[in-house]
Design a protein around this ligand. Structure first.
Ligand code: HEM
Length: 440
């Protein structure tokens, strides 16, 4: 299985920036595409932000014609019922940067724009924020029925064996809400617009849920009657004057988006989504987010990552499914001898497992220990995201598996055994740092 772009599934970040680019007219598309894939390099992707890169259909076909799903194509304008409309504003490249604070996301976004400025110009950008407990600005919780993390890849990724396997179709639309109009409705009426209760997102029973409620309109089935899902990552944005949701979703095939949109805008069966009385899209584009391999990144095959993780005591009580989940989220990184992998006192949010090579752990002027294959470090960052307690420097060329703390936390939430192991490791290492007379 090919590794997907991790950012698609990264949870827990509160600051988001979505940037859509047009290629400069005179550039060589293949060369431009190659440069854009370099965005994954540390100056943009390191330092605790998640990055997702996706390409418009034309550009992706130029870059990797054998890896373009047949259905890949630009967003097409939708002229729906009652003059409801979804305009097409297709661009060439889509970049989504998310992180734990707006300043960090801003800095990385600037770095991304500058890194590709010779070949691409910003066509549109939107900074977004998480609103309360992941609520849309209408006050309704958004994401309740999203597939859980372990199932999300099924909904979001092109299946193995197909062109573009491990990649994802991306739909990006900026919607502008008419909150003043929505707020003239009583809470019961608002709940009928979405089909869920407002405080706690419970689905209305069939008698109370109108056929034009949002969640009834977006429900589509396959030939066996099973629900076809997408993985939604939309986030609110706005000023007082104009606000709404930057709707972003990932899907295993494009048809799911087309079918849902046709039902929302009343083209499927003559009924449109009630939500279109209170919100309207002002942009619409489709992209393809290739898997990491096709972005030219070196990777350790998933089964090898799983094998490496399985040998580490920290993970020995994980189920096969949990191990596969963790393995699908680790990145492989290589370092020359003498590289500083993390620095005492600096902010941190990554956990490392050494695959090959060795490293020294230093604190102030002293060497605390040497680590080798199977050893791990960075676990304290998993708990508090505070500064590093030691410096780690490679003493030979090294290969590591690296996982971001937010990804890891979702694993901890599902496996108490791992959480206990982590606590053990943290306690032992903290004790080792304490002077002997303070160990009590
Ligand atoms: C103004 C734009 C939109 C808003 C404010 C919005 C908001 C919501 C909310 C509050 C829910 C219910 C909670 C949940 O399950 O997440 C929901 C569900 C959902 N939405 Fe949207 N949405 C918007 C546009 C779209 C679009 C354009 C699509 C598809 C192309 C879509 C697909 C879905 C799906 C698949 C569900 C889950 C339905 C279920 O199975 O219960 N939404 N949305």
């Amino acid at each position: 299985m090919r590794l997907p772009q991790f950012g698609i599934f990264a949870q827990g970040t509160v600051a988001h920036e979505f940037i859509e680019f047009d290629l400069r007219p005179e550039v060589d598309k293949a060369a431009a595409g190659r440069l854009i894939t370099q965005l994954q390099q540390p100056q943009v992707a390191a330092g605790g932000v998640n990055l997702v890169i996706a390409f418009g259909a034309d550009l992706w076909r130029q870059l990797a014609p054998d890896e373009a799903p047949a259905s890949l194509g630009p967003f097409r304008e939708i002229a729906g019922l009652d003059k409801r409309r979804a305009p097409a504003t297709q661009h060439d490249v889509f970049v989504w940067i998310s992180g734990s604070s707006s300043d960090v996301v801003f800095e990385h976004s600037r770095a991304a724009v500058s890194a590709i400025s010779d070949v691409a110009v910003v066509a549109t950008e939107q900074a977004c924020f998480v609103h309360r407990d992941s609520r849309d600005l209408t006050g309704f919780i958004d994401g309740t029925k999203n597939p859980p993390l372990l199932e999300a890849p099924l909904a979001a990724l092109v299946p193995p064996g197909e062109p573009g396997a491990g990649g994802s179709h991306v739909l990006a639309m900026r919607w502008v809400h008419d909150l003043a109009r929505f707020e003239t409705l009583s809470q019961a009426e608002q709940e009928q617009v979405f089909g869920r209760t407002k405080p706690d997102s419970v689905e209305l029973d069939d008698e109370r849920k109108p056929a034009n409620a949002h969640i009834a309109r977006v429900e589509i089935l396959d030939d066996h009657g099973d629900e076809l899902e997408i993985y939604r990552r939309g986030v609110p944005y706005g000023t007082i004057a104009e606000h709404g949701i930057y709707f972003v979703a990932f899907a295993a095939d494009r048809e799911r988006f087309d079918r849902m949109l046709a039902r929302i805008f009343g083209l499927a069966d003559g009924m449109r989504d009630r939500l279109t009385d209170f919100s309207r899209p002002v942009t619409g584009a489709m992209y393809f987010a290739p898997p990491l391999t096709l972005l030219g990144l070196k990777e350790i095959p998933l089964h090898e990552s799983e094998e490496i993780l399985r040998k580490i005591p920290l993970f020995d009580r994980c189920s096969a499914q949990q191990l596969r989940f963790i393995a699908s989220r680790v990145r492989s990184r290589e370092y020359p001898a003498g590289a500083t992998l993390c620095k005492q006192g600096q902010g941190a949010d990554e956990f490392f497992v050494i695959v090959d090579g060795s490293a020294q752990v230093r604190r102030d002027a002293s060497i605390l220990r040497t680590m080798g294959p199977g050893d791990f470090f960075g676990e304290i960052a998993l708990i508090d995201e505070g500064p590093r307690t030691a410096t780690v420097v490679s003493s030979s060329p090294m290969r590591c598996l690296v996982i971001e703390s937010q990804q890891f936390r979702s694993v901890l939430g599902q496996n108490a055994d791992i959480a206990v192991h982590i606590l053990d490791a943290v306690t032992q290492r903290l004790r080792a740092l304490l002077p002997h007379d303070s160990e009590a």
